[in-house]
Design a protein around this ligand. Sequence first.
Ligand code: FS2
Ligand code: SF4
Length: 544
Amino acid sequence: MFCNQCEQTAGGHACTKAGVCGKKEDLAGLQDLLIHALEGLALFAREGRRLGIVDTAADRFTVEAIFSTLTNVDFDPERFVELIHKAVEHREALKQQIAAKGGKTDFPEPQAGFQPQGTTADMAKTGADLKLLETLDTDENIRSLKQTLLFGLKGICAYADHAAILGQSDPEIAGFCYESLCALMARGLSVSQCVDAAMQAGRINLRAMELLDAANTGTYGHPQPTAVPLGHRKNKCILISGHDLRDLELLLEQSAGKGIDIYTHGEMLPTHGYPKLKKYPHFYGHYGTAWQNQQKEMPAFPGAILFTTNCLQKPGADYTDRLFTTGLVGWPGVKHIGPDKDFSPVIEAALAAPGFSEDLDKGSVLVGFARNAVLGVADKVIAGVKSGAIRHFFLVGGCDGAKPGRNYYTRLVELVPKDCVVLTLACGKFRFFDKQLGEIDGIPRLLDVGQCNDAYSAIQIALALAKAFSCDVNELPLSMILSWYEQKAVAILLTLLFLGVKDIRLGPSLPAFITPAVLQVLVDNFAIKPIAASPEEDLKAILG
Ligand code: FS2
Ligand code: SF4
């Protein structure tokens, strides 16, 4: 196997024997075979679009299938076998529609005629033999840029899928997926063509995040500043992880009045701020920290646990029997709640588990500072900047992970001077989310904008401030210090670059799939830089 799509890739190079994430060789082969099958589908879908054929079922499927291959989503080989077969079915259906309109159906690429054969193991071997990532091009820089495009695409599809679940979609996103999958197969592309494709991925990801923002705020209202307890109260309990607000709502509805409290885990924390979710009295608090600590934290949770979307790790034997997955997330042998979203097994497991036997006060954290809440006090913020009470904004956001170097982010937030405000989002915040940083003229110094996809909200805040100060975003007293782990972070980074944001500091390490020459292009055009060896160094460089 060869996989280098995430930050924890083995040796900072690639996972070649087994994934550090737990992805085994057979699963890696099946995921690559799925991308191969989707490339075949893309050839026909692109031709179909040329003829005015837009197959919404194929579009929806493509987005889901690509998202399935994102880090820590689905570890179940059998589900990938199913997806591979479905990709071929969609391709053949499109082929018929195209043939009926006299379009092109004789593509020379092997992907166009691919037929899955044999057992799951046979298919895994076929996938491995493709050497998908290693053969994207003979030129290492083109390969690097094509990997950037593919990984960015995985992030885009995650957000597009979440948005589609709540009824928000745009055919341009699937159209871009097809164009990109075709670009992966194309030979002879130049560096500038590939850079342009990566920038377009940034643009499309902005659209996907915009749709998701519209979906979340349109369905559940704009997040409001809300204190979330970190302790617990005596009752039965369910822990919900991931990013899917609709799953949370359904769980809240189905568990209401049953003597169960719902706790959020990881990226679900910001959901406490949404008016239509916080109205449920049994939506109680938050448990645990970021995804990489789940094997340590979950055994002690005395109830049922539900994973939506992603960031699942190999479950420990001490909680597998009360662990559930839903949506695209999966682990072989873990009970999966299907599309009917009947969460009764989760509720029954919670009722059978001991629950919390007493109340425990561990303080609270504030969430809910998305664009509507922050821009609602824009006058105060602008006055604070003008008077000098607020010297600088730091956006410290992104993914968390297991590497020791990630302590940089904790230390940085601790060291940020008292006349500066920290905006945060995504699961990287768990390095400092419970720090009491106080206020500046009534504005909290630590503002949680939301989930990783709420990077959209942070961008809107930055654009509104730039407008108020009649300056460019890059001229604002704002520095972005980002941490990355999986491919949604790649997509967000591409969006920031597409918007022309400069001087981003990225850590804890730079992507293994970026070659020195491609990095130089990014440095030359965007002054992107790795985080310094110490936060003191970066703070000195930023604040002078
Ligand atoms: Fe964190 Fe994991 Fe949000 Fe990522 S909980 S690394 O999925 O997308 O961030
Ligand atoms: Fe390795 Fe990351 Fe790929 Fe998992 S997703 S196999 S950890 S590079």
